[in-house]
Ligand binder design. Sequence first.
Ligand SMILES: Cc1cc2nc3c(=O)[nH]c(=O)nc-3n(C[C@H](O)[C@H](O)[C@H](O)COP(=O)(O)O)c2cc1C
Length: 373
Amino acid sequence: MTDRTISNPLYSDHKMKLGVMAFNCSHGSSITTVDEAWQLSWPETEIVAKMADDAGLEALLPVGRWRGYGGPTNFNNATFESFTWAASLSAITKQIGVFATCHVPLINPVMAAKMATTIDHASRGRFCLNVVCGWFKGEFDMFGVPMRSHDERYVYGAEWVDLVRRLWSEEEAFDFDGDYFHSNAAWSQPKPIQEPFPPIMNAGGSEAGQEFAATVADMNFALLKAHQFDEGKAQVDKLKNLARANGREVQVWVHVYVVCRETEKEAEDYLDYYVRQKGDYEAVDNLLDIFEVQTETLPEGALEQFRFHFIAGHGGYPLVGTPEQVVDGLQTLVDIGVDGCLISWVNYKDELRQWIDEVMPLMVDAGLRVPAS
Ligand SMILES: Cc1cc2nc3c(=O)[nH]c(=O)nc-3n(C[C@H](O)[C@H](O)[C@H](O)COP(=O)(O)O)c2cc1C
């Protein structure tokens, strides 16, 4: 058993923690037809995971996705399942935190608790769980599972997490009699390596989602609803204060998409090329049509403005420019109160390499990261 703040790099001292996200899905987070977009394969998955691990990044995060969005790219139609992905990557990495993203309505908590524990042992205490309550109806239809009303998804999610955490921590068998789960003599051994248990992240952005993250999760994976400083800071402050009002601390992580080039013009030109000229507008419209109906993440009408950011990086926050400009952007996020960035690129292999060589040393110079020991 080990204190998770020691074994799990999500609790490292870096002012800005870093992770790589969505490379378990074809096209990652970029809804674009460019040739260099991420083509999912296991050999390349291993290369990216090992590169991030060797460079001392903190997290590898898969998307929980079961089908694509159509269009010429059929964006995200090919995906590796996230628990088995996490288990496999934990075996070939040494220090990085490894997430699974679990659709709580689709995976039984007794099963999830056990899978998570197994990966926590295999990774020596580096496992992290991203719980998602679901919004993509086509996925639920595949499983033949009805989708609950928006806010009830989080009530169900809280009970699911409660049962998982009890399985992770209670030594004696217990009866669980909730509104959704009834388990006789519930029991799970061994316990996870991490004490008190592996960290849990959630990306709900609605009022109910923020309340869930504040009362149940250890990290909120936020979509910054506005990219101006004051609005961003107000959003992050609200999330942290909501948790504090419940006697808890949550970290706030955000998704960023990165286009880093030698000059600002090159970066802007490439962004224009892969988004405006080569964006898969059919796939993004399919995604946004479903997202609009099933989520309350963004205020009404805001999705249209976010279309560009969805093509560029699944609605993430843009870091576009020279390495120096990218580090300035990271400094702004730290000032807003963000603890960690989960990054996507169009070309993960080449652009992660560049990030490690050109951006990370500047982050150390700027005091955003402590030098590798
Ligand atoms: C940054 C981010 C990452 C997400 N990752 C996933 C995912 O991997 N799988 C999934 O089904 N939903 C994912 N979601 C969706 C959320 O978990 C949630 O279901 C959605 O935002 C709707 O909830 P809300 O109305 O509370 O915002 C993600 C959302 C955000 C903002």
